[in-house]
Design a protein around this ligand. Sequence first.
Ligand code: A2P
Length: 318
Amino acid sequence: AAPNGSPLKPIQIPALGLGTFEAAADDAGRCARAVSHALRTGYRHIDTAAAYGCEAEVGEGIRDSGIPRGDIFLCTKFWQQWHAPEDVARSLDESLARLQTSYVDLYLMHWPLAFERTDDYEIRTREDGKPVVNEELSSNHEPTWRAMEELVRRGKTRAIGVSNFNVEQLKKLLSFARIKPVCNQVEAHPWLPQKELLEFCRENDIAFVAYSPLGSQSGPKTMHTLTARLLEDETVVEVAHRLKTGPAQVLLAWAIQRGTVAIPKSSNPKRIDDNLKVIELGKKDFDLIDQITVRDPLKRNRLVNFDTVWGVNCFGDE
Ligand code: A2P
């Protein structure tokens, strides 16, 4: 997708990327090795964020891989404390320094919800431990978006987009965007198919990027609504068994065949390789996976639930 009105040539997002959320929790150097390995294996899309704390390792991995920067689609995001227009540019400059590059391909507003500004990556909390929300910048994204548009004009990023936005928030954004958001990155997998949001993105030519496509179980314990694992879902396992492949391959095939971009995280070289071996599901198997929450509505769940981590409504859910 090309940002409307942008003088840049259209850019393409590779359908499969390497996620790096929680990669900082791995041993030192592991994220850099994962990124370098992934690029040498054939990945051309790396997803990271200032908040993940691993941008320096991502930069190291890119450099070590020997793959030319121009061949790589690199995405990063700015953190919630830095939604003020003057902070957005500063945040990207700091990310670029850590990533050892002069531009990113995609720069995302990580959350629709802005927290009160702090100079470091700490979140300022109230007495009850909940973050102090900046209501103004959370309810009106225009000032933040204008600052992001400026970064496209200055060549610091080739495209801009958002993450964790719902349909209502996207509609508002589209009403004032001079440079269109090229993507919305949200949690999506067979237990959270987000069909209405996907449909809206399709109609508006916004790429739908699925994070936690394998049903991530890493991260703070409070983040997880469920202890059940998507990789152990009986339908996913049954289809994988029949096709003589792994559950991850079935989940990624489903994600890609429905037209979304998937960014599975792995720091394990074998799993990094496996996740790139995209298989194709026949219609019957695709439908079996697609209908999991239709057959069993109780399975519908957000697995990466920051509402429970922060105690505030992060997703604008009713
Ligand atoms: P690891 O980094 O040790 O491979 P998600 O992308 O949905 O957030 O899922 C990421 C989690 O799934 C990580 O804990 C990752 O662990 C694990 N993972 C990644 N690829 C696979 C795979 N092919 N099979 C099983 N688990 C995987």
